[in-house]
Design a protein around this ligand. Structure first.
Ligand code: C5P
Length: 250
């Protein structure tokens, strides 16, 4: 089967287009207005469960019409057949990246990769499939309580990243703090998308394993997902520009 690999396009972007603004907003109107205000550095936007649940798939079409590329962060985790169906539907929306939980297991990830390959056409390139390792909001204690015996978070992440790579996923989502171990143990082939990014001095909110934008890039991140430091700023365009400047000065 011919494959239209998504990763060359995503790997060639300039550093100041690698911030993904998380549009964690309750309705389509505010999301489209915010996305439109961001300028060139706002090329990528995240549509996550809050916005997608409120607005449905039409929000993807509206944001694409506004020339935004979409990181569809619905973190699929279910039986392989169900996830394969969801991935096919997401591919038809024309998004650039899709997330799945790595701990859904190897067979689920493989089913997703096959579904994405089947849904691809020359007009509709295959989105990058990104496996979420351990949520950046989880501390070691949180992780131990939810899944006892899984070992240190850094080891869990490396283990899950290997499964993602071996299943044919294009990348992983993890904390910037966890990237050095991941790059060392699993290599540089996987795209790394890192939430848990906070400019120096900004509030951590509910995130637990955070780093600054510069630190994330130095640790090997390809894309940064940043939400509240941009969406709740008095001037979101200025906030994303400041973060992008920090990246290009790294
Ligand atoms: O507002 P904040 O910058 O904390 O938003 C981070 C975004 O990244 C949220 O949309 C969240 O869902 C997402 N995310 C995360 N941790 C992961 C995967 C995604 O924080 N492991």
């Amino acid at each position: 089967m011919e494959s239209y690999a998504p990763t060359p396009h995503l790997r060639r972007l300039p550093l100041d287009e690698r911030v993904i603004t998380a549009l964690d907003l309750p309705d389509a109107e505010s999301a489209v207005a915010l996305a439109a205000s961001l300028g060139r550095q706002g090329r990528f936007v995240k549509v996550g469960m809050e916005l997608f649940t409120a607005s449905g798939p039409e929000i993807v079409e509206r944001l694409r019409k506004a020339e935004r590329e979409i990181f569809l962060d619905l973190k699929y985790k279910d039986i392989p057949n169900t996830v394969a169906g969801a991935v096919s539907s997401a591919c038809r929306l024309g998004v650039s990246m899709i997330t799945l939980h790595a701990d859904g297991g190897r067979r689920m990830l493989e089913a997703a990769v096959e579904a994405a390959a089947r849904s691809t056409t020359p007009d509709l390139p295959r989105p990058a499939l990104l496996a979420v390792t351990v949520l950046t909001s989880l501390s070691q204690d949180d992780a131990d309580e939810a899944a006892p015996g899984g070992g240190p978070i850094s080891e869990r992440i490396v283990r899950l990243a290997r499964i993602a790579r071996d299943s044919g996923c294009d990348g992983v989502v993890c904390s910037p703090k966890d990237l050095p171990a991941l790059r060392r143990e699993v290599g540089n082939d996987l795209l790394a998308v890192t939430p848990g990014v906070r400019p120096a001095g900004a509030a951590g909110d509910d995130q637990r394993r955070v780093a600054t934008p510069a630190e994330a890039i130095r640790n090997g991140a390809d894309f940064l997902v940043v939400g509240r430091p941009i969406t709740r700023a008095a001037d979101p365009a200025q906030a994303i520009q400041a973060i992008s400047r920090e990246l290009t000065n790294t």
